[in-house]
Design a protein around this ligand. Structure first.
Ligand SMILES: [Zn+2]
Length: 257
């Protein structure tokens, strides 16, 4: 933890150290921001902070549903959002900065036969091979604050229906209406669908979902992001200084209601 991340310091001391920044971000390491500070109109649906994810439970380190990123990444997303809004579309983030402990928990979950998780996220893929198939990286750019998982939402955004833990939702590669609730546009599969249909150019996905994947890839690339052919939702910001992996927990911003 940097000396700038202790929120209990008096404000005058922070100024003296040159650490003063936006009020909500003062507990974050230098260079990191809450996306809401930079682009409050970008939607967030932080899946690892709750049970609607492939592990079926809240992920370690996600103590608040907040998107945190390196500042230059957040500012690039703001530019993407401005362009999409001209088409009455919005970004919606599913994952941003990921504490390293979360990645360790994912790898432990893969190796734990007693922790089945949510099969609808990998309906025809062997759980024990997910990392070998390129879906869960042990050295994720997410932990450097430069990777994002996101999708498109039509504006005005519909309310996000509540997730029901007891419901029997359909597989992530099945019809959108059968999947768990989401107010995003259909991209051919759900987020974190560990399946070949999630490949951005999957021949099994056509029509509007294919066009939307291509639109998302085009506009993200325009503002400095690199796409990942295996996952239509994953992008990493191209930077010569990716920085180290981090492990600070995601907490609500101080001063937030
Ligand atoms: Zn990702």
């Amino acid at each position: 933890m940097s000396r700038c991340s202790r929120g209990t310091w008096a404000l005058a001391v922070l100024f003296a150290l040159g650490c003063a920044g936006p009020a909500l971000g003062t507990q974050l390491p230098a260079g990191f921001v809450y996306l809401r500070e930079v682009a409050p109109d970008i939607l967030q649906d932080m899946r690892y902070a709750g049970p609607d994810n492939f592990t079926g439970r809240k992920v370690p380190g996600y103590d608040a549903p907040q998107c945190i990123l390196r500042r230059e990444v957040a500012e690039a997303l703001k530019r993407v959002q401005a362009e999409l809004r001209e088409q009455s579309l919005s970004l919606k983030l599913y994952d941003c900065y990921r504490p390293a402990r979360a990645t360790r928990a994912f790898l432990k979950w893969i190796g734990d036969e007693a922790a089945p998780g949510s099969k609808r996220y990998f309906p025809r893929t062997d759980k024990a091979t997910l990392h070998m198939q390129g879906y869960i990286s042990p050295n994720s750019a997410h932990s450097r604050g430069i990777a994002v998982d996101l999708t498109l939402v039509r504006l005005p955004a519909a309310d996000l229906p509540a997730f029901d833990r007891s419901a029997r939702y359909g597989a992530c590669n099945g019809p959108a209406g059968d999947r768990a609730p989401d107010n995003s546009l259909d991209m051919g599969t759900g987020f974190d669908c560990f399946d070949v249909m999630s490949q951005t150019e999957s021949p099994a996905v056509g029509g509007e979902p294919r066009d939307r994947r291509r639109l998302l890839r085009t506009v993200m690339r325009k503002y400095g992001f690199e796409s990942y052919w295996r996952e239509w939702w994953h992008f990493s910001f191209a930077t010569p200084t990716p920085g180290p992996a981090r492990d600070f927990a995601i907490e609500a911003p101080r001063g937030a209601p």
